[in-house]
Design a protein. Structure first.
Length: 474
């Protein structure tokens, strides 16, 4: 049993609540495992335990503390041990504080420091170990591309089979991805050679947080989780099957291979149980057509949000650093921690000001993004720079399938699929007030014929006939 404030409180609470009751015994290595507080406070805590009829056994000196022994001369021995534990703990704390202060001063001066938590890609001089750094960069790139942690681990091990410093578990991968040493920081101070830029680090933290919200990100299809049942609200699950062979495209032929697999989706509640009667099957190419016609407006809003999100990530990082310094100052009373707290607070004030200035621009971009073809006119150079950043964010967002999909989910983008309400039994997909009805599949044209009823800029509806084709296999 280790001595810690939380453990002490839990132990005393268990005794006071009767969970550890009269006649029970607490077995510990030494008396300092109960507490290392000053003699008076520690003695009161131990007295409270034994007064409740609970015995304390210490293995180190084979001693039993109970009501009887506390009343005897053993009481003086106990007080002496408590005092010795307190003095040792106090001296140890002072040495740790001194070592920490020295390390922090060296870090501020730009000197290399020796840290027990030095990352695997940094050598003893604070420089990158290039081969390990290359492996870590690969892990970061694969994670950002949507690779699951287990598959990512296998890939890195396969490409660097002789590298001993490769992370061993998926938990170590997550710790690696959120380690501030990636940008060369130790406790908020730049001391190591950075592996990636701060902007990429903040983006990486956002991706890690998104995955924590949305769960598994290693879905095969872009539209996974974006289509729900019109009847029960359950997700549509995608499946695939091989196409049928024909005389013109027999098995094994290039024509057959070029067809690609048939991908379709059904309500998961309908597939797995009788909780839903919606048997409507959505061909992937139809869902893809609907997505392509309805996602652009959302994407421009998301891109604008991304600019805001980068500042929000900086704010979150600074708030974390401020809280860290506040706790250190509270625990150790070191004035250096207070100075760093003030420094981070000043940086946070700047970020908050930028977020406030950006707020009005963000609302303008969101309003403009409602147009099918967003355009920005008569802007100041600052606004032009901002809207260009939004365009860049739009392009960046669409590069990464997993981030893209998770961002859409968080934004509330959702296609509803089911049977039409007119009782005709035809399949429909609905989103943002638009309705897409599957009329039939044309074998002659090799596509699904879709009737689209879409809201236009003036609030009325346009009706058009569309064709949804399966894309050829790559």
């Amino acid at each position: 049993m280790r001595a810690s404030g939380v453990l002490q409180e839990r132990l005393l609470k268990a005794v006071s609540e009767g969970k550890i009751k009269e006649g029970d015994a607490i077995v510990i290595e030494a008396i300092d495992r109960i507490t290392r507080e000053d003699a008076a406070t520690a003695f009161d805590r131990i007295l409270g335990i034994v007064s409740a009829g609970v015995k304390i056994y210490t293995i180190e000196d084979a001693t039993v503390y109970d009501k009887a022994s506390i009343q005897s001369s053993a009481c003086y021995v106990l007080v002496a041990k408590i005092h010795a534990s307190y003095e040792y703990s106090n001296r140890l704390s002072q040495r740790v504080q001194a070592a920490y202060k020295l390390k922090r001063e060296k870090a501020k001066a730009g000197q290399s420091i020796k840290s027990p938590n030095r990352p695997i890609w940094i050598d003893s001089n604070g420089a990158l170990i290039e081969e390990v750094a290359t492996a870590v960069r690969l892990a970061i790139r694969l994670y950002k591309q949507g690779q699951g942690q287990l598959e990512l681990l296998k890939r890195v091990r396969a490409e660097f089979p002789d590298l001993k410093q490769v992370p061993a578990t998926t938990r170590s991968i997550k710790r690696l991805l959120t380690n501030e040493a990636l940008i060369g920081h130790w406790r908020g101070i730049r001391v190591f050679e950075p592996l990636i830029e701060t902007e990429e680090y903040l983006e990486l933290k956002q991706i890690v947080e998104q995955r924590a919200i949305h769960g598994k990100s290693e879905e095969k299809y872009l539209l996974s989780g974006l289509i729900v049942c019109k009847s029960c609200g359950a997700n549509y699950n995608f499946r695939r099957q091989k196409p049928r062979a024909t005389k013109k495209a027999p098995y094994g032929s290039e024509q057959y291979k070029s067809k690609g697999d048939i991908v379709y989706a059904n309500c998961s509640a309908f597939l797995k149980s009788d909780r839903c009667s919606n048997s409507f099957t959505v061909p992937y190419e139809v869902a893809e057509l609907v997505f392509e016609r309805t996602s652009d407006q959302v994407l421009y809003s998301l891109a604008a949000d991304k600019q805001h999100g980068e500042l929000l990530a900086q704010k979150t990082l600074l708030e974390s650093q401020i809280e860290n310094r506040r706790q250190l100052f509270k625990a150790l009373g070191n004035p250096d921690d207070l100075e760093e707290l003030k420094h981070f607070a000043a940086e946070l004030e700047v970020v908050n000001k930028r977020m406030s200035e950006q707020k009005d621009k963000l609302s303008v971009v969101r309003e403009i993004s409602k147009s099918p073809t967003p355009s920005f006119d008569d802007e100041s150079p600052e606004e032009l720079a901002y809207t260009q950043a939004v365009q860049d964010a739009f392009l960046e967002l669409t590069k990464n399938t997993v981030n893209f999909r998770n961002a859409l989910k968080e934004y509330g983008y959702q296609i509803r699929a089911g049977r039409s309400d007119d009782g005709g039994g035809t399949g429909v997909l609905q989103i943002h007030g638009n309705t897409y009805t599957i009329e039939r599949r044309s074998q002659k044209l090799g596509c699904y014929l879709i009737k689209a009823v879409e809201e236009n800029d003036v609030g009325s509806y346009d009706v058009s006939e569309l064709q949804a084709r399966r894309k050829p296999a790559k």
